[in-house]
Design a protein around this ligand. Structure first.
Ligand code: ZN
Length: 361
């Protein structure tokens, strides 16, 4: 599975200008190459290289690898026979193809990019969830340099291993919740107590700071929410790692609810709790579980979320009244009782097993 990651380059003015100039010349060279290729009806990379390489280097001052990439870009555009009927032209701001001789990475913090006048080291901004995906893998070219709305980005394609997925007969059901961030169908819960306390404390503080409205209060506010997000992301990393490792050890897949999984609309979730619930954090945990599972070759099944916390896993009786409180499940029919999130996780696990029978077994 290939995944494209879009990384923002935090250029200063000089870096921006140098990248812009390089991109522009690169595309001018592409136009020249395109003219040669089209007018002589030569589209094979080797032939085009022979015809253009030295001129491109001399006239446009491209580095040898940039020239190779420009030729590659043009030949790629003419690859299909159907596309050879007209001259291709390239915009000044067309994507520039960078391979690992043109770009290298300093961890996830900065990219070193070759421009027409030397290398520049540009800080990068990598989104939190991409950070997790990239972590522990050596990031290397090639990447496309693009200019989007006045901002430079690198589009990086990373390859996630397509390991053979376990033939999961069993599924570890995972219920994403509020009191417990997650509960699984073996009865393990992953507490959100610490996150909730931090968030509550910060909400109070935020109100106080907001009413102050001063510059330093605002700065403090920003710092706080950043720290809060970082903390929640750490927690999500730990929980998702534990869940995926567990599923792998059990030889099981992971079953998650369809996106309604947070069960926002259920009456049993009091309004106050809904506000505490930060949706990005739940979304993130889900995403972390999904990609970590992918990396470990653990299969993920998504199941219908309806009534997972109202259905009795013992007798099947489904009723809103089976859930007397938010935390408790007690079957009106057979009397079976257990924590509500555990019951939900068991139902999720079973639904996955029913929906995804083993083919040929
Ligand atoms: Zn029952």
């Amino acid at each position: 599975m290939n995944l494209t990651v879009k990384i923002k380059l935090l250029t200063d003015e000089e870096q921006y200008n140098r990248l812009f100039a390089t991109m522009r010349i690169f595309n001018h060279a592409c136009n020249y190459i395109s003219e040669v290729a089209y007018s002589t009806k030569t589209f094979a990379k080797f032939e085009v290289h022979k015809a253009c390489y030295y001129n491109v280097r001399e006239t446009y001052g491209l580095s040898s690898q940039m020239a190779v990439r420009a030729i590659g870009k043009v030949c790629e555009s003419y690859k299909e026979k159907a596309k050879r009927v007209s001259l291709h032209t390239f915009k000044d701001t067309g994507a520039m193809v960078l391979d690992d001789r043109l770009v290298s990475f300093k961890g996830l913090e900065a990219a070193s990019v070759l421009t027409l006048d030397g290398r520049i080291e540009v800080p990068m901004m990598v989104a939190e969830y991409h950070r997790g995906m990239l972590m522990g893998r050596r990031v290397r070219g090639q990447a496309d340099l693009i200019l989007d709305d006045g901002v430079f980005y690198l589009l990086l394609v990373i390859e996630l291993p397509d390991k053979p997925i376990f033939d999961a007969e069993k599924f570890l059901g995972v219920d994403l919740g509020i009191v417990n961030i997650a509960a699984d169908s073996t009865g393990e819960t992953f507490s959100g107590a610490k996150v909730t306390t931090t968030r509550k404390r910060n909400t109070k503080l935020r109100a106080k700071l907001q009413s102050k409205g001063t510059k330093s209060a605002k700065r403090l506010l920003k710092e706080r929410s950043k720290r809060e997000r970082r903390f929640a992301a750490d927690v999500n990393h730990c929980i998702s790692k534990r869940i995926v490792e567990k599923a792998k050890a059990l030889g099981a897949g992971i079953a998650l609810e369809d996106l309604g999984g947070i069960r926002r609309n259920e009456k049993t979730v009091a309004k106050a709790q809904r506000q505490q619930l930060s949706s990005w954090s739940f979304h993130q945990l889900r995403l972390f579980i999904e990609y970590k599972a992918q990396l470990s070759g653990v299969r993920v099944a998504i199941v219908d979320a309806r009534n997972t916390s109202r259905q009795c896993p013992k007798c099947g009786y489904t009723d809103e009244a089976n859930r007397p409180t938010r935390d408790d499940f007690e079957c009106m029919e057979c009397g079976y009782a257990d924590p509500a999130d555990y019951v939900a996780a068991v139902n999720i696990s079973r639904r996955a097993a029913v929906n995804q029978p083993n083919v040929g077994a």
